[in-house]
Design a protein around this ligand. Structure first.
Ligand code: GLC
Length: 556
């Protein structure tokens, strides 16, 4: 691909930053983060080197599911600001080279959405078919609910009309009937609206559930067509409206099934979160053995050239371990969340990384170094860059959605409101703002924030990490992962030590015979001998990135 084509596919080596406006920065002292507050802090995000900002839902909502239950797709939750504030924010971000994407939540609406209110008012409502109904008592679906602590069926009886409606998530989130052409038109119209306002695409919520046909009657099924055809049509619509817009999909499925969501020619989702690699990363950390991650990475299927994996360590939900067999999940629980209060839904953890690693700075850095050197596009969840912890007292997934910690002042500088008025309590247990905050780390070259900033910039300097071909390099230490990413004559070798024991290893690198491996973080360079071997040492939980140069290359 030419330079021009490369830069068009900006998502191939973007750095994505996810945040919830309501917990980021409160500008008016009401205890709730808001758009003007985020705008004020946009230079913080720019300084970090982020190139794409993912905004969690900011639409009007009764907040049953933290904004993932929407009552108006065209609006802004008035506690956060206005549409004008969204446009101002997009502009401020764009001016700093940052694109903005928004959550697209169209598997369901809020039960308070006017469509559902109309639909449930009578079987004859013109909106009845916007949702999925059944008139006979439903079978037992308790095993299929997503939030097993709150729900025990995918169907809820609506007293008014005596029929049951389908809801994959909470009962306050009725599923939209995607087989209905009117619903499809509403969805594209709404996407067009946000693209027109300047969004560079969407993080698409719950994609497999969006295109599932469960609950549909025969007629609706016939109208649905091929489920992936729907996804293709969404992508094609988005690309027609804005050639650079992406669909970053949430698809937590085994690799082979996940692959189908890119589409055979890359014409469905542009990117997908790498859930399988993430889950195996935690198993590898728990065992101090890189093998689970190495095996997962080796099984990662090849994807179409313009498609991309979005790699992450933590997201805004439970840290799900649902794709690990029970005994392996238990190993991760034992290592990182042995107490019930640390676990969620029997399949995940409520914690952020630093408390799980007992705040060990070297080990935390090793994990982020790995995140940024794995093939793919890294996604950070706000606060990861400073090492924020969680609040285990907060209900469910809210444990990791605590306010951003800006300073050691009251409320971590997030808000001037009285503490009890805050949208949520701060993180605690040694990871609160007194210990962990932006102000203290910003000027400190040894801080985690400085380190992550450096990682972001190195990653951006090394397009081979986003674009390149990935290869695991064999070496004898179980605790170590050595890999290369190679692209257009450039290559980065990354080595990471999952164990606390220092190691020295000899790597066989026939492709780099006679090259110099330049350490990208200021360590000693290293030569690959004429027989193609290189000697490297790593501290316990050590990490290194080395770029291969021939002596005659320009070392840029
Ligand atoms: C996705 C979101 C999650 C939300 C759910 C329902 O899984 O990540 O936060 O609760 O969809 O919208």
């Amino acid at each position: 691909m030419s330079e021009t084509e490369n830069s068009n596919l900006w998502w191939k080596n973007a750095v994505v930053y996810c945040l919830d406006i309501e917990t980021f920065f409160d500008s008016d002292g009401d205890g709730i983060g808001d758009l003007p507050g985020l705008h004020e802090q946009i230079d913080y995000i720019a300084e970090l080197g982020v190139t794409c900002l993912w905004l969690m839902p900011f639409y009007p909502t009764p907040n049953r599911d933290d904004g993932y239950d929407i009552t108006d797709y065209y609006g802004v939750d008035q506690r956060l600001g206005s549409l004008g504030d969204v446009v101002e924010l997009i502009r401020a971000a764009n001016n700093r080279g940052i694109r903005v994407i928004a959550d697209l939540v169209v598997n369901h609406t809020s039960a308070q959405h006017p469509w559902f209110q109309a639909a449930r008012s009578s079987k004859e409502s013109p909106f009845r078919d916007f949702y999925i109904w059944r008139s006979n008592p439903p079978p037992d679906t308790s095993a299929e609910v997503v939030f097993p602590d709150q729900e025990n069926s995918l169907w809820e009886l609506d007293e008014q009309t005596g029929e049951w409606y389908f809801h994959r998530f909470y009962k306050q989130q009725p599923d939209l009937n995607i087989s209905n052409p009117r619903v499809r038109r509403e969805i594209t119209k709404m996407m067009a609206f946000w693209l027109q306002l300047g969004m560079s695409g969407f993080r698409v919520d719950a994609v497999p559930f969006l295109i599932e046909t469960m609950g549909l009657g025969a007629e609706a099924l016939a109208g649905f067509g091929e489920p992936h055809g729907y996804l293709r049509s969404l992508r094609s619509f988005v690309s027609q409206r804005n050639g650079e817009a992406i669909l970053l999909g949430e698809v937590n499925l085994p690799y082979e099934q996940q692959l189908e969501f890119f589409g055979p020619t890359g014409d469905e989702l542009s990117m997908m979160f790498e859930f399988i690699g993430m889950q195996h990363l935690y198993l590898a950390l728990a065992r101090a053995d890189s093998e689970p991650l190495v095996n997962a990475l080796k099984q990662r299927p090849a994807i179409p050239p313009a498609s991309q994996w979005a790699t992450f360590v933590r997201n805004h939900d439970e840290l799900t371990l649902d794709k690990l067999p029970p005994s392996q999940r238990q190993e991760v629980f034992d290592a990182f969340g042995p107490e019930k209060r640390m676990q969620l839904y029997g399949r995940g953890l409520k914690r952020r990384l630093p408390p799980m690693l007992n705040g060990d700075p070297q080990r935390i850095r090793m994990v982020y170094s790995l995140l940024f050197s794995l093939p793919g596009t890294p996604v950070l969840f706000y606060g990861e860059e400073i090492g924020m912890g969680e609040n285990l007292k907060a209900e469910g997934r809210k444990a990791v959605r605590t306010p951003m910690q800006w300073t050691s002042q009251p409320n971590g500088g997030f808000s001037t409101a009285p503490r009890q008025q805050l949208i949520s309590d701060m993180a605690e247990d040694g990871f609160g703002p007194e210990m962990i905050n932006v102000l203290a780390q910003r000027g400190d070259t040894d801080s985690l924030l400085s380190f992550v900033t450096q990682l972001v910039h190195r990653y951006r300097d090394c397009p081979e990490l986003g674009w390149g071909e990935f290869k695991v390099i064999d070496q004898p230490h179980r605790g170590v992962l050595a890999h290369t990413c190679t692209w257009q004559g450039r290559a980065v070798l990354a080595v990471h030590n999952f164990s606390d024991k220092p190691v020295t290893m000899s790597l066989t690198l026939p492709d780099f015979t006679g090259h110099v491996l330049r350490d990208l973080f200021g360590g000693a360079n290293c030569e690959v001998s004429s027989s193609g071997s290189a000697e490297l040492s790593l501290d316990g939980y050590g990490y290194r990135w080395l770029r291969a140069y021939r002596k005659e290359d320009r070392w840029v």
